[in-house]
Ligand binder design. Structure first.
Ligand SMILES: [Fe+2]
Ligand SMILES: [Fe+2]
Length: 407
């Protein structure tokens, strides 16, 4: 019998035993030599000696495998191209060419592409999505899945990443003072003008729904980009990061996975929770924030930047989530809609401490040379968050939609 959480068991003779495991297996058959804990003594025994053959039990399969709970993996549909780079990537994803080659796409196209523009950001998004779920398209799944390691796509991705990274490095102040960067994130500016401030004060329901459609590009795969960094860390930093990720993934309960809570919220607000449903609607500013996470997650060289990016989210999310809960109360949203952001007020108050003391501090103690990368991760995330925020607030101020196709 599986019991979640630390437990204390009182035995028949009054002795007390404890387990501090996240999940403990208790013996219910009485055969365990480690009673009350299970030691798998309940297993069927198979005796292969000839004399024992007649008594071999029939194995009926593993009753622990409950396939009835399996959910089909939903993939994003292929988006519409937004320029030459995304056209080249999508041609490969559709199977109309083996790889985006130099005849279709020139080095000049890549170098002169707007690093924050629609075309490059969508092309990057498509390259990265191959490492998550891939696309539902015209190709058979085995062929489509193998595109993850298509050399032409990987080569093009690398060139586009260099353009994106070069722009970000130009646009951040830089430095190596992690403490100052973190302290700045820990200050709540009372009259700040971000999106959550706007939504709390005066946002309307259509604006909240647009915001959630943008955010679905990340939150329907919440915590996945940061999972790439786990094998790139070691010791206490790794243990603390996994503790945060465990929480993001519902601490063993799929119904509590943050991505699942987000999908539930979308449904209650009349939005489609289908993975990738708003990809065509999402502008470059939305894709760029998620692309930066994937970029840092997929490059071991950028592990410090990924930690900086994660810290930026975790340090600012609790207060921002609180503002969004207030916005949703003001707009009369039902309690089921509010659960995702309500959960983040408390969860990220914990994650904030874990990421600062548990991840960043031991990471920099072990690898002090990563300080500049952590700072870069924080500053670049902030640059991209500001671009996203500026787009939404300027469009809303003009009474316009912030999506490429209105809801
Ligand atoms: Fe979360
Ligand atoms: Fe979190």
């Amino acid at each position: 019998m599986l019991v979640h959480g630390p437990i204390e068991v009182t035995l028949d003779d009054g002795r007390r035993v404890t387990s501090d495991r996240a999940v403990t297996a208790l013996c219910t058959c009485g055969l365990s030599r480690r009673y009350p804990f299970c030691d798998t003594s309940h297993r069927r025994r198979l005796d292969n000696r000839p004399a024992a053959r007649s008594s071999v039990p029939v194995f009926h399969g593993n009753e622990m495998l409950n396939t009835g709970q399996q959910q089909p993996v939903t993939k994003s549909a292929l988006p519409q191209a937004r320029g030459p780079l995304s056209t080249a990537v999508l041609a490969t994803l559709c199977g109309s060419t083996d790889a985006p080659c130099s005849s279709e796409i020139s080095a000049v196209d890549i170098e002169q592409a707007d690093p924050y523009g629609e075309d490059l950001q969508l092309a990057l998004h498509c390259c990265y999505e191959l490492h998550y779920r891939g696309f539902a398209g015209v190709l058979d799944d085995p062929v489509a899945d193998d595109l993850e390691w298509n050399p032409g796509l990987l080569g093009l991705r690398r060139q586009m990443e260099q353009v994106f990274l070069a722009a970000l490095r130009t646009d951040v102040p830089g430095g190596t003072d992690v403490t100052t960067e973190i302290n700045a994130l820990l200050v709540e500016v009372v009259d700040a003008s971000g999106v959550s401030h706007y939504l709390r004060r005066v946002g309307q329901l259509w604006q909240l729904r647009e915001y959630i459609a943008h955010r679905s590009i990340y939150h329907l795969k919440e915590a996945d980009p940061q999972a790439w960094v786990i094998p790139r860390l070691s010791g206490p930093a790794k243990a603390a990061l996994v503790t945060i990720e465990h929480d993001e993934y519902g601490a063993g309960d799929p119904q509590r996975m943050h991505a699942h809570l987000f999908a539930d919220m979308m449904t209650t607000l009349g939005l489609s929770p289908r993975y990738g449903a708003y990809l065509d609607a999402a502008p470059a500013a939305t894709l760029a924030e998620v692309n930066f996470m994937s970029l840092c997650g997929l490059h071991r060289q950028l592990r410090g930047a990924l930690v900086g990016q994660f810290a930026t989210v975790e340090l600012t999310s609790s207060a921002g989530s609180d503002r969004l809960v207030q916005a949703m109360h003001r707009l009369g949203c039902n309690p089921a809609s509010i659960r995702f952001y309500a959960e983040h007020i408390e969860a990220d108050a914990v994650h904030e401490q874990l990421v600062r003391r548990g991840v960043i501090a031991p990471l920099l103690a072990a690898e002090p040379g990563l300080a500049g990368d952590v700072v870069f991760g924080i500053q670049a995330s902030t640059v991209l968050a500001d671009r996203f925020s500026d787009l939404l607030l300027s469009r809303w101020a003009a009474g316009q939609t912030t999506l490429r196709t209105p809801l």
